[in-house]
Design a protein around this ligand. Structure first.
Ligand SMILES: [Zn+2]
Ligand SMILES: [Zn+2]
Length: 62
């Protein structure tokens, strides 16, 4: 069991508008309100804007 308070399996939320995105496993996914495509951050597993240099969630390079 690993419970670190991280994002649970299932849905991710857009870090910009808190819109729920599709399943993390289905990334890349596009946030409809923002029209932004997201990919998975390899550091924290959260959504990162496609083409972004740093992850808005953890600040690491995705
Ligand atoms: Zn959004
Ligand atoms: Zn991250």
């Amino acid at each position: 069991m690993e419970e670190n308070g991280k994002i649970g399996e299932g849905t991710c939320k857009c870090p910009y508008c808190d819109q729920e995105l599709a399943l993390c496993a289905d990334l890349p996914v596009t946030c409809q309100p923002c029209s932004i495509a997201f990919v998975i951050c390899s550091a924290c597993g959260g959504p990162v804007r496609e083409g972004s240099v740093t992850c808005p969630t953890c600040g690491a390079k995705p």
